[in-house]
Design a protein around this ligand. Structure first.
Ligand code: SER
Length: 316
């Protein structure tokens, strides 16, 4: 039996598009999608799918053994805003799922692991502009704490047990196929949906809150690039800074107004403002560029054009 890829959390914002891309590259039958439920029917019906609880070690192990899975992409997580509402659940899911997958690699059931980290590993004491790979990291959200601790464990499993684990600190990801859920950067997706439907949007962050962002196509490309790079090129086994663009709610609104001139944005910051304020405004990703040739393609206006075109088409 040829070796297979398993995606845990395949129905989520990134997981769903990653599944399609990996199936395109490796063949539909070689990529098993899994999630805790069948919430995304197109994905469930588009190739091998299994219900899998990321917190259940034996279930993941059985799935890997029975299907000759050698590579796992662990995309299941509770994100920053949901994590603040359910701190213990975020800790439980985000940490235990990672240990399960790392331990399967340590036991040599699987050979390769991808695990996403986040800009949430940084905190209020981190330099905000052009945040370097190595700097002060004192995350203040539960999500950020799980990602920072997770990074340490990834590096530890690599150094101690030779586990081939690779990771990226994703910024906010903008996409039109699947909605994000429970993040602080989600406004930058919601705004496009509302702009088309209602020509107005009430933003839960204040107008000048700059955050690092990336278009989904770039995020998927980065994920495929890091996973297909030579192992020797991946000198960082905690997680790589990754940068695309940075913008504020005011700037994204202005970009939308180029297409929808009467679009209006208002601001009503909620608890997510404090989370956003604790994160960098822009990221320095020179290590990713140097080690595995990372480069983003989409700037803000290109993202806006693509988002509005695709969402319009999808909703027709
Ligand atoms: N998009 C994530 C969030 O907002 C950050 O990794 O929680």
């Amino acid at each position: 039996m040829s070796s297979k890829i398993l995606i845990i959390g395949a129905c989520g914002q990134i997981g769903s598009e990653l599944t399609s891309k990996l199936r395109e590259i490796y063949g539909t039958d070689n990529v098993i999608a899994s999630d805790i439920n069948t919430r995304k029917l197109e994905l469930v019906n588009s190739g091998p799918f299994t219900i899998l609880d990321a917190k259940n070690f034996n279930a993941i192990k059985d799935c890997c053994k029975n299907n000759n899975v050698k590579t796992v992409y662990l995309m299941a997580a509770l994100l920053s805003a949901t994590g603040e509402k359910y701190p213990m659940e975020a800790w439980d899911l985000n940490m235990n799922s990672l240990f399960h997958v790392l331990n399967l690699a340590k036991e040599k059931v699987i050979d390769h692991v991808f695990w996403p980290s986040s800009i949430a590993v940084f905190g209020p004491t981190t330099p905000k502009e052009n945040t370097p790979q190595y700097t002060i990291m004192e995350p203040t959200t539960v999500y950020g704490i799980t990602k920072q601790v997770g990074e340490r464990w990834c590096e530890y499993y690599h150094n101690k047990y030779g586990v081939d684990v690779r990771s990226i600190r994703y910024p906010g990801i903008i996409s039109w196929k699947t909605l994000p859920g429970g993040g602080t950067t989600d406004y930058a997706v919601e705004i496009y949906h509302k702009a088309l439907k209602e020509k107005k949007y009430e933003c839960f962050l204040s107008e000048n809150t700059a955050l690092p962002m990336l278009f989904m196509d770039d995020a998927i490309k980065a994920t495929v690039d890091i996973m297909t790079a030579n192992p020797e090129a991946i000198a960082i086994r905690s997680s790589y800074n990754l940068s695309g663009i940075s913008f504020t709610p005011k700037e994204i609104a202005a970009s939308i107004q180029k297409h929808i001139p009467d679009f209006k944005i208002t601001y009503k910051p909620d608890f997510r403002q404090q989370i956003a304020d604790s994160w960098p405004k822009s990221i320095n990703d020179s290590e990713a560029c140097e080690h595995w040739n990372w480069k983003h393609s989409f700037d803000l206006d290109a993202i806006t054009k693509e988002m509005l075109t695709q969402l319009k088409e999808k909703n027709q």
